[in-house]
Design a protein around this ligand. Structure first.
Ligand code: ATP
Ligand code: MG
Length: 265
């Protein structure tokens, strides 16, 4: 059981950004992906999720053995893949509550019952309100978020840290089998980083999530311990190792990796 990325090549607006990415994240494992700005980490996360702008020109992505490439983003989510975005988008007029309700209902297959719903029964394609509310309240507690947030428009005026918490709240409700967390630590204060990390760890343990944690800094990895660390440079994984690689990067930056590459190492 794994999320398997095989020789993935991705182009954006005709420009090749990913140049043959291969990596395997097993269920329950934590992989960290670190690399310089512009190396293609977010491109990888969008391509995995099926963003239409990211054109896969070669390779494959398999989730527990099934190729995702022909699937729309919502189908990928239903298969158990989740992406916490580096820059979550704001949607005016849609509250966080109604967004989460719709997303959770869709991923859990409530939409499928639409046609067979008893006549006159409203919103059969949505998870029952009371059941959902109860679950949201539990999950809010996990990330220490105030329920007043649910009435706010999605990400509109949210602080950096609030956006990140909202992403993890969404993850808690969607209960993915694999999650890509793109700089979930960015913008979090010291307490929030701990709370969010503990929330992620709790989810991982209860759901056996395979995690791909994209980050620039060691600090989140002090809470979410990576089993495997990948260094990403210029659109591909150039080095894979254990947590010791993180210390090495923190100490020496990326130049030595580039030098090794240039030397053909
Ligand atoms: N629409 C686009 N047109 C042209 N280039 C693009 C487009 N989208 C992304 N790129 C380029 O692809 C490269 C990789 O971007 P990406 O956002 O994946 O990097 P990243 O590794 O996530 O960086 P960061 O650490 O800063 O978040 C960058 O050079 C970026 O400018
Ligand atoms: Mg990025």
């Amino acid at each position: 059981m794994a999320l398997e990325i095989r020789d993935l090549h991705v182009a954006v607006d005709g420009k090749e950004i990913l140049k043959g990415v291969s990596l395997v994240v097993e269920r329950g494992a934590t992989h960290a992906l670190m690399g310089p700005n512009g190396s293609g980490k977010s491109t990888l996360s969008y391509a995995l999720m099926g963003h239409p702008k990211y054109q896969i020109t070669r390779g494959d992505v398999l989730l527990d053995g099934t190729s995702l490439l022909e699937m729309t983003p919502d189908l990928r989510a239903r298969q158990g893949l989740f992406l916490a975005m580096q820059y979550p988008v704001a949607v005016s007029g849609v509250t966080l509550y109604s967004f989460l309700h719709a997303a959770t209902s869709a991923v859990r297959g409530y939409g499928d019952q639409k046609k067979s719903a008893a006549p006159g029964r409203r919103n059969a394609h949505m998870m029952p309100m009371r059941e959902f509310r109860k679950e949201v309240d539990e999950k809010l507690d996990l990330i220490k978020m105030d329920s007043a947030f649910l009435r706010r428009y999605l990400n509109e005026g949210f602080s950096g840290g609030e956006k990140k918490r909202a992403e993890i709240l969404q993850m808690a409700l969607l209960q993915p089998r694999y999650a890509v967390l793109d700089e979930t630590d960015s913008g979090l204060d010291i307490d929030a980083l701990r709370i969010v990390s503990e929330g992620i760890n709790t989810l991982q343990e209860s759901l056996q999530v395979g995690l791909l944690v994209i980050t620039h800094y060691q600090r989140i990895l002090n809470y979410i311990h990576p089993d495997v660390v990948h260094i990403f440079v210029d659109g591909r994984v150039v080095k894979t190792g254990d947590a010791a690689l993180v210390d090495l990067l923190e100490e020496r930056g990326y130049d030595w990796v580039r030098q090794e590459l240039a030397a053909g190492g």
